[in-house]
Design a protein around this ligand. Sequence first.
Ligand code: SAH
Length: 233
Amino acid sequence: MSAQENRVMALSEWEERWQTGRTGFHRPIVHKFLEKYLDKIVHGQKSIRFFFPLCGKAVEMKWLADMGHTVVGVEISEKGIKQFFEDQSLRYNEEPVPEIPGAKVFKSADGKISIYQCDLYKFSSSAIAGKFGGIWDRGAMVAINPCDRQKYAALLTSLMESDCRYLLDTVEYNPEQHKGPPFLVTEDVLKQLFEGACDIELLQSADGFEERHRAWGIDYLTEKVYLLTPKKQ
Ligand code: SAH
């Protein structure tokens, strides 16, 4: 029984964070783990289709598109999505998504980056006609409500090509000291969630404690990055 099991954050609370500028989760530079392990995802292919669940305004989307990859993100906050295109000086178009009622898709003018504005759980491979060769999950698995983890893992699994490489960044700290998000996600939890579907390899574990974490009341934070690959059928 985890201290964080029953914590639920409503979509309106995320929107509220964007509206009031409480987006301390955003990082202005490319994440060191994505940079370091990118080759493991790309494994020699020229162009990969990347998925960014709960993308916020992650700068890595532009970084990958500049390398020739295509990126699909999902984010509930329109404000966050517009900030992404503005921060990156990218022109974009906005279209409705007939397959997902109420959703919109924001596409860069060159078509390389598409961000769906909708609840992640309304998203599916049929809506976006296809699956992904790569996934970058930072601030996503750890941001969703703990009660939604099974649903989240099933969705992500359904979006993976048979040779997909899913890079997953997690945090570990004392959950009695901070209610989250981000929530603590351990390797045991991942094993339960992806059992039967994916092989899980811990690539690296590093001290991720930053000054801003002091205000959360925690005294250590370990960042771990895993590589998930679909099990051979
Ligand atoms: N991955 C990004 C953002 C992390 S914060 C980064 O690393 O910077 C989590 C983001 O998910 C927030 O921007 C929030 O608005 C969005 N979000 C939370 N729940 C969501 C849901 N169910 N569907 C879509 N977006 C969601």
